[in-house]
Design a protein around this ligand. Sequence first.
Ligand code: ZN
Length: 248
Amino acid sequence: MQTAEEATRAPEIEAMTPAAAAHCAEAAALRAEIINVGRKLWERRYVDGNGGNISVRLGANYVLCTPTMMSKRDLEPDDICLSDLDGNILAGDRPRTSELFLHLEIYKANSRARAVVHCHPPYATAFAMTGTAPPIGLISEYEIFIGPAAVAPYQTPGTRAFAESVLPFVEDHNTILLTNHGIVCWADTATHAEWLAEILDTYCKTYLIARQIGQPLKPIADDKIGEILALKQRLGFPDARMHRIKEP
Ligand SMILES: [Zn+2]
């Protein structure tokens, strides 16, 4: 949700040239956040080699994003690119990631998405290998932050079909498994989008451990799921089950 401060600040960024926008104080703060999120992804082993990418919206027309062919551990402020919503690089020396188009489709389809993180966390990606999402209704925090994760069909990375594969899901899901590839999460900030990756991967890991205990899993009662949905509605979190508590 846009704050009053953002509402007054955003037009200033729109009035700037791309070069001025790239060097404004807000851009510097967002670059620092992207670098911090990149280090977290690498330290948690959610990105290998040059894998994964991070982007953040800057005002209404610009996006800051990670470059191609760089480890997310090693990013410096000058490595972060400034793009428009069509993927044209407006500032920055390095070429942007080809997967930026996935991020841009999410931004264009859902104005609540202000940051996108794409990565390959092992336990969530194991589910992506099966083309299925983990079962729901087993851990309260997972239900609150994510709930039912979507599963987008496989498409070749970097293609338009890949970028558009998430479109049916971005309104009701902040976390999407990309079949045979990895995951993508959107939120109000890059920090929060990275939290979703952590919450999903830990949930997938814990689920697989629980399956080995040999006891049946005990689901959260349905009326308690209703209470969680009411909480998510107050927090402004998406959930594909929200129709259950909305007025007919
Ligand atoms: Zn990827």
